[in-house]
Ligand binder design. Structure first.
Ligand code: ADP
Length: 397
């Protein structure tokens, strides 16, 4: 409790853009997010008042950070699960708790649990030896997808391999792995929900997440031409997973849409890139909802406020182009696309790094998508990437 305001203090471990945007939501609730940052330069550390620089791998640092927090939560899933369990044993309120979070930390645990629940997943197996991989590929054939059981993000830790020889370097690295069938994906979707400790659930419209090289580049809300039945099925599935796993806070369920229906790819138990569009596009943003959930406040309405909302990630371009001139580009972007909302994360620009996003709202998918795409291209590269925009628009045409 903050003595001055009488309002709760939420501590977030990690101080990247998710913490930065959660802080932004906290401000409106009369709060100030407390962040455990790796460094004083982290995106959230630059803007929050209550910053502790420390090591999320150190139980001592975590214990010191938790003192005075009404609830502890996370901007990433890398905090050792045993440390989270130890904090809970100390009496710290942690959301999501260790028992739930393990399913977002370890892909083998996640696959095992979801399979038990009868949730559709790719065919998969844990890999302990070359023989395990050979056996798996013998049944379903090559190529297969190898994944680091822990620590992957943005496609780092995912390898599509066509033979044992190709898998060799990954196997030799000693990283604990799982293997999955290579699913024929029609498109990727996400069903984002929140659940409070009280047990209240809330769900946003199902979105399409457009990926390039394993990184989400664009989110379309709602997922275009998704039939009501499949959308409701995805939402019900995500709410059920949240309940069965005891998730508290935001849960993102990444899905593959296939010719045979929906398959769960991944779970994230924190605010997620697939729901950044909710900041302007929903009555309650995922960041506010996450705070409400971890504080066990009643959850907010999740109605989409425009027929079409498109979020485009700003992926850092070559160093010599950005951030030099970024201020001028923001200026021109505001002038060209006054309806497009810009979010910059205060991060250093590096090729391929998520340094911000833009959101556009409107009625017509093609128009909204083009505006978001052009604004994003312009901000990053100083041109409008028209070739790319028409190519991606054509896919949905
Ligand atoms: P990360 O944890 O790095 O986000 P994901 O498991 O989400 O990794 O995989 C990243 C991307 O790789 C997915 O968005 C999808 O495009 C592709 N992918 C992952 N698993 C499979 C699979 N079993 N079959 C086909 N493509 C896959």
């Amino acid at each position: 409790m903050d003595e001055r305001t009488g309002l709760p203090v939420v501590g977030m471990v990690g101080a990247g853009q998710l913490a930065r945007m959660t802080h932004q939501a906290a401000v409106a609730l009369g709060q100030s997010l407390r962040v455990l940052a790796d460094s004083a330069d982290d995106g959230a550390a630059l803007v929050a008042h209550d910053v502790v620089v420390g090591d999320y791998r150190s139980l001592e640092d975590l214990r010191a950070f938790a003192v005075g927090c009404d609830a502890l939560t996370f901007d990433h899933e890398h905090v050792p699960n045993a440390h989270i369990a130890a904090l809970e044993a100390d009496g710290v309120t942690v959301h999501p708790g260790a028992a739930a979070l393990v399913f977002a930390q370890d892909k083998a645990e996640m696959r095992r649990r979801l399979s038990t629940l009868g949730v559709p997943c790719p065919r998969w197996a844990p890999i302990e030896s070359r023989a395990d991989l050979e056996g798996f590929a013998e049944q379903g054939g090559w190529p297969v997808v190898l994944k680091a059981a822990r620590g992957g993000y943005d496609g780092k830790g995912v390898w599509v391999v066509s033979s044992l020889a190709e898998a060799e370097p990954v196997l030799a690295s000693g990283t604990p792995l799982i293997v999955e069938e290579k699913v024929t994906i029609v498109r990727e979707l996400a069903a984002d929900v929140a659940r409070s400790p009280f047990g209240q659930g809330a769900v946003w419209p199902v979105v399409e997440t457009v990926q390039r090289d394993g990184i989400c580049v664009e989110v379309l809300a709602p997922a275009p031409d998704l039939d009501d039945e499949t959308a409701e099925q995805a939402q019900a599935l995500a709410l059920r997973i949240a309940q069965e796993l005891g998730v508290t806070g935001v849960l993102a369920v990444e899905l593959f849409q296939t010719a045979d229906g929906l398959i769960v790819n991944e779970l994230a138990m924190r605010p997620h890139n697939s729901a950044h569009w909710t900041i302007e596009g929903s009555l309650t943003s995922q960041f506010e909802q996450h705070l409400r959930a971890v504080l066990d406040y009643p959850l907010g309405a999740t109605d989409q406020v425009a027929p079409v909302v498109v979020m485009a990630n700003l992926l850092g371009g070559p160093d010599d182009v950005t951030p030099k001139g970024i201020d001028e580009r923001v200026h021109h972007c505001f002038a060209h696309w006054p309806d497009v909302k810009i979010h910059l994360y205060g991060k250093q620009f590096r090729p391929g790094r998520k340094v911000g996003h833009v959101t556009a709202l409107g009625r017509d998918l093609e128009t909204v998508r083009r505006r978001a795409h052009e604004a994003a291209q312009y901000l990053m590269f100083g041109d409008m990437g028209l070739g790319d925009a028409s190519a991606t628009a054509a896919r949905h045409g």
